[in-house]
Design a protein around this ligand. Structure first.
Ligand code: SF4
Length: 210
């Protein structure tokens, strides 16, 4: 077992016995996250839904099917990436997570991402974007590569929102197919130590549109 696998297993074990917020007693199963621990890309959503709560796996319902379809458009399968959520237990009736639940759960995702070290984090929906970039606005910042602290994030709409709204679906897919180009830019920027015109945004975040 690698050190990475050991740390991720330890995080998962802690999530399974966690009672730091009320959600552990309301959900059926924890959904710690899963995927390739050496992935270049991590996809981070908000919280488990009903199917995820039943199965203990992230993005396996209708939204998960759409995520898999979108991944196929960029020649990736879910096994190639890591997929998780900000919140590890399902909020009842899919209500929005409360601020105390988000702050109680945050350290798990932080530790997961610090261990996996993905090159790019694709945030799915506004809550996930807000975790990395609290001043962001999903309708304005989607499809934009943003330097948020130590992370390179690329916000897109949540697939569940895209399923409800045809305009958001169009934007979701058009943003998604930019992901390979975003990775190439990041590689090139690293090789040449250039910023590619990244402009400094509010509170030090940087971003540019594709
Ligand atoms: S949602 Fe997060 S903080 Fe709350 S009980 Fe589950 S793992 Fe713990």
């Amino acid at each position: 077992m690698t050190e990475k696998e050991r740390i991720l297993q330890e995080i998962e074990k802690n999530v399974r016995i966690c009672s730091k917020c009320r959600l552990h007693s309301l959900a059926k199963n924890p959904v710690p996250g899963e995927g390739n621990l050496d992935a270049e890309i991590a996809f981070v959503g908000e919280a488990p839904g009903a199917t995820e709560d039943e199965t203990g796996r992230p993005f396996v319902g209708r939204a998960g099917k759409l995520l898999e379809t979108a991944l196929a458009k960029i020649n990736l399968m879910r096994e190639d990436v890591w997929i998780g959520n900000v919140i590890k237990h399902r909020p009842p009736e899919n209500r929005d997570p409360l601020p105390d639940e988000i702050s109680a759960c945050m350290p798990y995702l932080t530790l997961q991402l610090r261990t996996i070290k993905p090159k790019l984090i694709v945030t799915l929906g506004r809550y996930s974007m807000g975790y990395f970039y609290p001043d962001g606005k999903i309708s304005r910042d989607r499809g934009t590569l943003i330097k948020a602290g130590d992370y390179n994030i690329f916000p897109v709409y949540h697939p569940a929102a895209a399923l409800r709204n045809p305009i958001m679906m169009k934007d979701f897919i058009s943003d998604f197919i930019k992901i390979p180009g975003v990775l190439k830019k990041l590689d090139l920027a690293k090789e040449t130590n250039q910023s590619f015109g990244l402009k400094t945004g509010e509170k030090g975040q940087q971003g540019f549109n594709f």
